[in-house]
Ligand binder design. Structure first.
Ligand code: C2E
Ligand code: MG
Ligand code: MG
Length: 710
């Protein structure tokens, strides 16, 4: 009696005889073979013959398929000694449900599920033969593969889809962790795909996508992945990167490959790609977040002009996130009435009258106190909230104009409007609506200062808004004039009433001849174009005097008043008294020499203050300091060059030299000796210096006035 290596439960009521058994085996769809203890073929049923394309009359003498390439289901090759029959003979153990992937000579696939069982001699317990079965599961496997293809691959391009991408990402991230190499996660979006799709049709669009996919697959390395995850969106996983340089080269090549021309039908088509990249494990986020980061970077690449890549910057991301939070907070501040307007007077210093005020927004922060616009406006600069804020400012300013008019104070209120608001489609409509209920006496008092004029891209669109609003009586000013390259264009094209000289020029005009030249230039330009000119950031009386001399009458700045709450404005205006010094200034069209003298005077005041404050702090200037040399100070430079050439014949000019020299000489002595002076001596010396300085300034002014009269 022979024993079969495994126990099969007997479900047979009847034991078939040999003929019946043969019939059963012959009709089985599953291949059955019998082998002897040496592995020699004894028997194959007809199903086997069909599987391996041999005639039952010429059965094989070895394993039927051993000459064909054969693989396990994971793709590794199957060696002869691994075949189930060989394993049974080697181990004496049954081998069940082993999967074999065979590639037949005609290149077709054959998938088999094989089992093999030993048959033992009942007495000796030695293997007498082996029975093997082989089921053809090719169809099942192919169907499975098709389903897997559908689940994991994009039908149009045959690239992995989002599902498989996620899987590959896990694998690639694990690999990168093991190897310590960088993995680049890229999101790629085609630039200019939509127009192709729209003009050439969807079929052309599909072809283009297929071609892009081919190019992508051809350009990446074996272990890398290119996946299609949406219409014209692709994701790439580029692993094993040793350096940023290497990655830049790969992405650079990809950009080049994608942007070379395509032939679709008869047409030549050009597109490009924008790629956003984040690098793992530098960016240690989870797969979802990595993709999102790459996507954000891709968006930036688009914004930056397309056909390029951008690396995700986590700091920037933090900023963006913080910014979103900040925008929300400012929105709440607006809802909760935490924003207030402060008002800074604009004064006509020649007339000695207050013309109006500029409304400057402040945030009364419950914790941080009063915040200036520079601390929060930049956060909403690119958000629609800046438009809402502008509407609030306009409404609040008009409410204030009415309130002041009721108090008998009829002044202009300037509000600041950003370029972005001006572009907003509804701006003039909203303004019109806001003004609809207001009498003309109110709208006439509103002045709109356009800030960030550098951002005015479309001057003609803004021109329309301005023209619209001017019909309502509103006046316009160009704020911070002189800073933008295109200030001049704006001046020519836009119907603005006022130019506000940027405070940076005003602040430095007393020390910096170039800034002085700009201020002078703007004032001249305003006169030529018949616009009012306003100087802002006027911090000292010298500024006022200089500006008056230059022909700019209207000013705004700390020396006049800092911005203040609405409640203080009426009181301030009532108690306002012009400084008698302002009246002293003459206003002929100043000459170049006049400027130099003005500048020299202001410089001198500075020089004097510097020396005095040094002495006060017991420091003094080093004797070698060029400021102590009467030919090296700014006045000296002018005096001994251009001044001497032009004015040496004037006695008033020559009178300056000696006093100036003495002043310097004296200052030098004090600086050298002041450490050894007693307190009393020091005070005496300082007083002398003050007097000498006054005398010098007096002479300077006399000379200036002589020039003005000429
Ligand atoms: P701006 O319109 O050029 O306003 C003048 C700024 O200079 C104000 O700063 C004012 O306080 C400051 N200032 C005035 N006189 C002096 C001075 O003598 N010395 C110095 N150092 N500064 C002086 P503030 O209030 O901080 O406003 C800054 C900017 O914020 C404004 O510049 C304007 O561009 C913007 N801004 C203010 N309020 C609003 C608003 O309601 N909407 C918009 N869109 N922007 C606003
Ligand atoms: Mg302003
Ligand atoms: Mg300004």
């Amino acid at each position: 009696m022979e024993d079969i290596g495994v126990h099969f439960p007997s479900i047979w009521k009847h034991r078939p005889d040999e003929r019946q058994l043969q019939a059963i085996i012959a009709t089985l769809e599953e291949g059955i073979q019998l082998w002897d203890s040496e592995g020699k073929h004894l028997y194959s049923n007809p199903a086997i013959a069909a599987l391996f394309d041999f005639s039952p009359d010429h059965p094989p003498d070895e394993f039927s398929f051993s000459k064909w390439p054969c693989y396990r289901d994971d793709g590794t090759p199957f060696h002869l000694e691994d075949y189930p029959v060989a394993r049974v003979l080697a181990t004496g153990l049954a081998q069940t449900r082993v999967l074999l992937h065979i590639v037949k000579p005609d290149d077709s696939d054959l998938w088999l599920r094989m089992s093999a069982y030993p048959i033992f001699d009942a007495k000796t317990k030695r293997i007498t033969s082996v029975v093997s079965s082989a089921a053809d599961i090719t169809q099942m496997m192919e169907q499975g593969r098709r389903m897997e293809q559908m689940a994991h691959y994009d039908a149009l391009t045959r690239l992995p889809n989002r599902v498989l991408l996620a899987d590959r990402m896990y694998q690639a991230m694990a690999r990168s962790q093991r190897s310590g190499e960088t993995l680049a996660i890229c999101m790629m979006d085609l630039d200019g795909f939509k127009p192709v799709n729209d003009t050439l049709g969807h079929k052309a669009g599909d072809q283009l996508l297929q071609e892009v996919s081919h190019r992508l697959s051809d350009s990446i390395r074996g272990g890398d992945t290119a996946a299609r995850i949406g219409g014209d969106e692709f994701a790439l996983l580029l692993g094993g990167l040793q350096s940023l340089r290497e990655f830049e080269m790969i992405v650079g090549r990809l950009l080049q490959v994608i942007s070379s021309p395509y032939t679709i039908g008869e047409q030549q088509v050009r597109i490009s790609a924008s790629i956003g990249v984040t690098l793992y494990p530098n960016d240690g986020s989870d797969p979802d977040l990595l993709l999102r980061h790459a996507d954000q970077a891709m968006y930036l690449a688009k914004q930056a002009g397309k056909n390029q890549f951008q690396l995700f910057d986590s700091n920037q991301d933090q900023r963006l996130k913080a910014n979103r939070g900040a925008v929300r907070k400012i929105e709440q501040a607006l809802e909760q009435d935490q924003l207030v307007l402060y008002y800074q007077p604009k004064v006509d210093c020649r007339q000695g009258s207050v013309l109006g005020v500029e409304a400057l927004v402040r945030w009364r922060h419950p914790v941080m106190g009063l915040l200036s616009p520079a601390e929060f406006l930049p956060l909403i600069e690119n958000d629609d909230l800046i438009v809402t804020l502008g509407e609030w400012v306009a409404a609040e300013a008009m409410r204030q104009i009415v309130a002041w008019q009721k108090e008998g104070l009829d002044i202009t209120v300037g509000i600041n409007i950003s370029a972005r608001q001006l572009y907003h489609r509804d701006f003039s409509r909203r303004l019109r609506e806001m003004m609809a209920g207001q009498p003309e006496s109110v709208t006439r008092r509103l002045e709109i200062e356009i800030v960030e004029t550098t951002a005015l891209e479309d001057v003609s669109a803004v021109k329309d808004v301005i023209d619209d609003c001017r019909k309502l009586g509103v006046r316009f000013a160009l704020d911070d004039f002189g800073t933008g390259f295109s200030s001049l264009v704006h001046l020519k094209r836009l119907a603005v009433d006022v130019l506000k000289i940027d405070q940076s020029f005003v602040r430095d005009m007393l020390n910096d001849p170039e800034d002085l030249a700009i201020v002078e230039g703007v004032i001249g330009m305003a006169a030529a174009f018949k616009r009012t000119v306003v100087a802002e950031g006027v911090e000292t009386i010298d500024h006022i005097l200089m500006l008056l001399e230059l022909g700019c009458d209207v000013m705004q700045g700390h020396v006049l008043s800092r911005p203040m709450p609405a409640s203080q404005v009426a009181g301030w205006v009532r108690s306002f008294k012009p400084d008698p010094l302002w009246q002293m200034s003459s206003s002929p069209r100043p000459t170049r020499d006049y400027f130099h003298l003005l500048l020299a005077e202001a410089n001198h005041r500075q020089w004097h203050e510097e020396i005095m404050s040094g002495l006060h702090h017991m420091k003094g200037l080093a004797a070698s300091n060029p400021k102590l040399d009467d030919r090296s100070c700014r006045f000296g430079q002018w005096y001994y060059n251009e001044g001497t050439r032009r004015f040496f014949s004037l006695a008033e000019f020559r009178a300056l030299e000696l006093v100036h020299q003495q002043l310097h000489q004296h200052a030098k002595e004090i600086c050298e000796n002041h450490a050894c002076l007693s307190e009393g001596e020091r005070q005496e010396q300082e007083a002398r210096l003050v007097l000498e300085n006054l005398e010098f300034v007096h002479l300077l002014r006399q000379f200036r006035h002589t020039l003005a009269k000429e």
